[in-house]
Ligand binder design. Structure first.
Ligand SMILES: Cc1cc2nc3c(=O)[nH]c(=O)nc-3n(C[C@H](O)[C@H](O)[C@H](O)COP(=O)(O)OP(=O)(O)OC[C@H]3O[C@@H](n4cnc5c(N)ncnc54)[C@H](O)[C@@H]3O)c2cc1C
Length: 285
């Protein structure tokens, strides 16, 4: 099938993109890399009357530092995230997870902000931004507002973005010197995660001082494994202790049952992957 007919605009600035969205009303939709939206349009699961293409809005692209944060523009493509020096230095967990997203062709078009705005709990990046305590900068007709990652992912494929708002950039506190690992379990290479675990660990005197753990595809939204993080603080980074601390990984999760696996299988998997991810982040495996 081909998409229903629609108007197409490609503004060059954020204000022009917001005006185009406002002019299009409820039937206007933003397109970034198109890697999630185009299939939806082709299947006619959505039929906006106006498509606002962000590809020419230079202010939405790039990575910079600001007040101890790393700021990643929404239109920064996955392939540019992977090779960016600042991200490698201060938020390597984002690069590690992005390397597992789909295949090189999709990573050359898909964007950081598009993947997050799509709010797919099976996407690899939402759980990472949650674990890193990122802040989402959103702009609409009333100006800019910030939304913490913990409030951005509202439900399955639903974010805190209003229809007339744009995700402009994501601010990520630097975790320089932390060990990180993204453990993704997939049926075949370059596929979506059946379950994924994002882990960041700060070591002190040979023990885990602090840990962050985010879960992919373990509910309608990404999940922060707060109980596991608390249990990891202060323990030795060795398999027995980490295994005990990550035993509760599935607590409070609501994973789907689908062709990728049953919910109880995913809950078991999450525990196994969390142990692996934390040990790898701590440099012990
Ligand atoms: C075959 C295939 C395999 C894939 N595998 C994976 C995978 O393993 N892991 C993974 O994480 N992802 C995967 N993806 C998705 C991929 O990461 C996409 O890049 C991503 O989901 C959407 O990014 P995009 O820039 O293409 O957004 P688009 O498709 O253009 O947009 C997605 C949604 O976000 C909205 N949107 C986009 N940008 C903004 C913005 N700045 N402000 C407000 N709203 C916005 C759009 O309106 C739309 O609703 C896969 C996709 C395909 C087609």
């Amino acid at each position: 099938m081909i998409p229903a007919s629609l108007d197409y605009v490609a503004p060059t600035s954020i204000p022009d993109a917001l005006s185009a969205l406002a002019n299009g009303g409820d039937e206007a939709k933003v397109i970034a890399g198109g890697q999630s939206l185009m299939p939806v349009l082709r299947l006619r699961l959505a039929y906006p009357t106006t498509l606002v293409d962000l590809r020419n809005v230079a202010d939405l692209r790039g990575v910079r530092e600001d007040n101890g944060d790393l700021v990643i523009g929404a239109m920064t493509r996955h392939c540019d995230v992977i090779t960016n020096g600042l991200i490698a230095q201060h938020a390597p967990l984002i690069a590690a997870a992005t390397k597992t997203v789909a295949d090189p062709a999709i990573r050359h078009r898909g964007t950081f902000g598009g993947a997050l705005s799509h709010a797919d709990p099976a996407g690899d990046l939402p759980a990472v931004t949650l674990a890193l305590d990122a802040t989402f900068v959103v702009e609409g007709p009333g100006g800019r507002r910030t939304v913490p990652a913990s409030e951005f992912f509202v439900d399955y494929l639903q974010s805190a973005l209003a229809p007339d708002e744009l995700l402009v950039e994501v601010r990520v506190p630097k975790l320089t010197g932390w060990g990180v690992h993204y453990e993704k379990f997939q049926r075949v290479a370059q596929a979506w995660a059946i379950v994924g675990v994002a882990a960041a660990v700060r070591m002190e005197n040979g023990a885990i001082a602090e840990a962050r753990v985010g879960l992919t595809n373990m509910g309608p939204t990404p999940v922060r494994a707060a109980a596991v993080e608390a249990a990891l603080a202060g323990i030795a980074a060795e398999p027995g202790a980490v295994g005990a601390a990550t035993a509760a990984t599935a607590e409070g999760t609501r994973p789907p049952s689908d062709l990728g696996g049953a919910a109880d299988y995913r809950q078991h998997l999450a525990q196994v992957l969390a142990r692996r991810a934390v040990l790898a982040a701590a440099g012990s495996e």
